[in-house]
Design a binder for this molecule. Structure first.
Ligand code: AMP
Ligand code: GLY
Length: 456
């Protein structure tokens, strides 16, 4: 513990908007003396000390944590978790928030996730796993389209095609199983039933036994308004998600989160960290599309902006395997209203990305209800420039969703760079569900697959 006070040194691993939100929130904890971020980015540098160690450099991170006497390491992205960062840290006597490599298979292997869900009765799309190309194609021909084909392993968000035709599904199967376009990640494919509805992100913190759900959130995954265009990492998010009202959230905790946490413990790989269920919600029908073993990006930005509680005891309790003090103290408290995060991206994202563009207008934005989290920025010759596909996550809180949206876009409108691109409809699905004008975007009606474009 740092020096003669007992406040902690925290290390956040990663360098995007999610990690900025984590670093910013942890820095506010009265129990935190110092936040380091590896590698961080130019915006994170305002809230934490950035250290140039990459998120996948496990040796470098371990050395950094030892050298700086880090008390808690919080891992943003999935790759270091799947690669065993938490196992290595624990073996070295260090505390890290996140699942072990064995538990991270929930995200790292879709086939593992499917088997586990089937075993504990968690509702998901009906699916079959194939390694043989002809058998996979025969199955698709028998089922017909629309149908969803997924590469089994991690494929950087490109490993899923929502095929509108059998031919499209066949081409993706060939890309995986014949051409090996995804290498080892695509030697098996999962073929699953197409689900109608709207997506929601349901995240819960867990210590391996106890679970503490966050507010339900909703991401906007495609690049263009009305859920059109190619899939991205996420173009904006808001919380709480209107389509998951509190009784439904409780049911999701009981029927999805708790059984999975219990089953992982029974499998001999207890899950500690944040379990993120990607859900398809169709009225009262909720099914799991996928699990992630980390915080969502951009969901984390509005979630942490709306969180009233100190984040440190939550993450530390989960990492140490005992959330009971937090639960006994009443769990996580939230500010009233809603929070929205609008991602401002570079021209060409997610296909090809222009970087190095000077960003202007950030000094025009501020106030207690707005925070600009940096996803991909750098400092060049004393100026702030773009340095990634997603550049900023402009986040605002309001007394209701409409106010939060208005507040976020008022700030977005003051920031610019050459080629800036953002969606203009973040949160509109929520307004539509509330019956507030804004209208439902195309592709969200029951049985209408138009908004879901093939990716990959
Ligand atoms: P995943 O990586 O599994 O989350 O899939 C990426 C995206 O594909 C999701 O965000 C959904 O938009 C879509 N998707 C995945 N599975 C299905 C499904 N069974 N039915 C409809 N859309 C799906
Ligand atoms: N926002 C989607 C994700 O974090 O996977």
């Amino acid at each position: 513990m740092g020096g003669n006070d007992d406040r902690l040194t925290v290390l956040v691993v990663g360098g995007g908007g999610r990690e900025h939100a984590l670093a910013w929130k942890l820095a506010q904890s009265p129990r935190v003396a110092r936040v380091l971020c590896a590698p961080g980015n130019a915006g994170i540098a305002a809230d934490a000390t950035c250290v140039p160690v990459k998120a996948d450099d496990l040796d470098g991170l371990l050395e950094l944590a030892r050298r700086e006497r880090v008390d808690l390491t919080v891992v943003g992205p999935e790759a270091p978790l799947v690669a065993g960062l938490v196992d290595r840290f624990e073996a070295a006597g260090l505390t890290a928030f996140g699942p072990t490599a064995a538990a991270a298979r929930l995200e790292g292997s879709k086939a593992f996730a499917k088997r586990l869900m089937a075993r504990c009765g968690v509702p998901s799309a009906h699916a079959e796993v194939f390694e043989d190309r002809d058998a996979a194609v025969a199955f698709v021909e028998e089922q017909g389209a629309p149908i969803v084909v997924k590469a089994d392993g991690l494929a950087a968000g490109k490993g899923v095609v929502v095929a509108q035709t059998v031919g499209q599904a066949r081409r993706f199967i060939d890309a995986c199983l014949v051409e090996r376009a995804f290498g080892a990640a695509g030697t098996r494919v999962v073929i699953e039933e197409y689900l109608p509805g709207q997506e929601a992100s349901f995240l819960a913190i867990t210590d391996g036994v106890r679970t503490l759900p966050l507010l339900p959130a909703q991401d906007h995954k495609t690049a263009l308004d009305n859920d059109l265009g190619p899939n991205t990492g996420g173009m904006g998010a808001y919380c709480p998600a209107v389509i998951v009202p509190p009784p439904l959230a409780e049911r999701i905790t009981r029927t999805v989160i708790d059984p999975v946490v219990k089953a992982m413990a029974e499998e001999g790989c207890p899950f500690r960290g944040v379990l993120y269920a990607g859900l398809m919600v169709d009225g009262d029908d909720v099914r799991v599309l996928e699990f992630n073993v980390r915080f969502g990006d951009p969901e984390t930005e509005p979630l942490l902006f709306l969180m009233e509680s100190d984040l440190l005891p939550v993450l530390l309790g989960a990492a140490r395997g005992d959330l009971s003090p937090v639960i006994e103290a009443g769990g996580i408290r939230w500010k009233t209203g809603a929070a929205v995060s609008v991602v401002m991206a570079s021209r060409g994202y997610p296909v090809s990305v222009e970087t190095g563009k000077p960003i202007s207008g950030l000094d025009q934005v501020g106030g207690p209800d707005v925070k600009v989290f940096h996803a991909g920025t750098a400092e060049k010759d004393g100026r702030l420039v773009t340095a990634g596909g997603r550049v900023l996550a402009v986040t605002a809180r309001g007394n209701d969703l409409a106010a939060a949206i208005a507040q976020a876009y008022a700030s977005v409108g003051r920031i610019s760079w050459e080629g800036v691109h953002y969606r203009r409809d973040i949160g509109r699905k929520g307004l539509a569900a509330l019956g507030v004008s804004g209208g439902a975007p195309a592709g969200t009606r029951k049985g209408d697959p138009r908004g879901r474009r093939p990716r990959g």
